[in-house]
Design a protein around this ligand. Structure first.
Ligand code: FAD
Length: 322
């Protein structure tokens, strides 16, 4: 049965995050031929980003521009999105499983007295019901969640549900909604960026990750070069972060970021279960480790037994020649 689905978009520094386009694709599946309404909160002129949401498959877009929404706060975005939901009475709501999505959606679900399927990696329509697939037990297994009645409310993991092809000939109305945002209990005074270089880890298509085997922060330099050559970004194990070789913002795993790139190159990482929880769903995994018994080889598609300081420069050379 076709549905009206709201897709909550997310922007960073004036550009939409890729997961917004993936959420629109998921919204199109959930809507099953119904209406996919984009929602974009922020401050200033949001029109060109709203238009982009239309090009990626939103039937129309509602922008909510308010100085109080310049930076994300749980109270501000929670109230703004809730007011749009009240106006639109959707049958489905989809958002990215990002830091913001993880924060605001449980709050909304509670206020709407609805269930919430979080961190979905796939969505299909089966016998008229919406079925989501999501990882459990730190990614060791997957479960299927069928929504049989009520609001279909879900967050989707970045880099899993492919976005629709952009089509600039698509047309859809962009309307602005005024909202009342009051009693914001958090004041953001300043935003300090930690790892500013490269692509956002959770949306990166290529990640070169280093572990304790990298041995120092200088040891990360060849990894950075390989990442740059492949148009990717650098990540790390907690072992490398704990040792002070890199910033914790690069940590991948159970207590770090969850990533699903097309290519994950693990250098000097043993493959502890807590690390695998954050990267084992990567599409292609290459492991470089001098210990042939290292657990990382159990999840790797390609394994190279060797010293990373010999292997990584050779890989850089090879890639540069391609
Ligand atoms: P090690 O286990 O020390 O492995 C280093 C590897 O490098 C070894 O396999 C070695 O053979 C190889 N090596 C050494 N020198 C070279 C060389 N020159 N060339 C090639 N290979 C070399 N970990 C995470 O990563 N992310 C998390 O989110 C996370 N969360 C955790 C949460 C909890 C509650 C706990 C208890 C632990 C968590 N951990 C996490 C830690 C995890 O258990 C491991 O300790 C950590 O992942 C190990 O990091 P590592 O693989 O870099 O180091």
């Amino acid at each position: 049965m076709s549905k009206k689905v709201l897709v909550i978009g997310e922007a960073r520094e004036g550009s939409l995050r890729n997961v917004t386009f993936e959420a629109i694709a998921a919204g199109n599946i959930v809507s099953d031929g119904g209406e996919v309404v984009g929602v974009l909160c922020g401050a200033g002129d949001l029109n060109s980003m709203a238009q982009e949401m239309v090009y990626y498959g939103a039937s129309r877009v509602i922008t909510v521009s308010n100085e109080e929404l310049k930076t994300y706060t749980s109270d501000g975005y929670g109230q703004a999105i809730y007011q749009v939901i009240q106006d639109e009475s959707p049958e489905g709501i989809i958002m990215g499983h990002t830091a913001i999505g993880k924060d605001v959606t449980p709050k909304l679900a509670s206020r709407l007295e609805s269930g919430l399927v979080s961190d979905a990696t796939e969505v299909v329509v089966e016998n008229g019901n919406i079925v989501f697939t999501r990882p459990i037990y730190s990614g060791k297994a997957f479960e299927k969640k069928e929504v049989t009645d009520g609001l279909v409310f879900a967050t989707i993991r970045p880099n899993n549900i492919p976005a629709l092809t952009r089509d600039d000939s698509l047309a859809g109305e962009v309307t602005e909604k005024e909202v009342e945002v009051t009693n914001i209990r958090t004041i953001i005074k300043d935003v300090i960026k930690k790892s500013s270089e490269g692509v956002d880890l959770s949306e990166a298509k290529v990640i070169v990750a280093g572990g304790r085997g990298v041995k120092s922060s200088e040891g990360f330099e060849p990894l950075q070069e390989l990442a740059d050559t492949l148009n990717g970004t650098v990540g790390a194990s907690r072992g490398a972060c704990d040792a002070g070789y890199c910033d914790y913002s690069l940590q991948i795993g159970q207590t770090g970021k969850v990533v699903t790139p097309d290519l994950y190159i693990a250098c000097g990482i043993s493959g502890a279960i807590q690390h695998l929880a954050g990267m084992s769903n990567s599409k292609v995994i290459v492991a470089i480790n001098k210990d042939p018994e290292a657990n990382i080889f159990n999840v790797a598609d390609y394994g190279i037994v060797g010293d990373l300081f010999d292997v990584v420069p050779k890989l850089i050379e090879e890639v540069k020649q391609m």
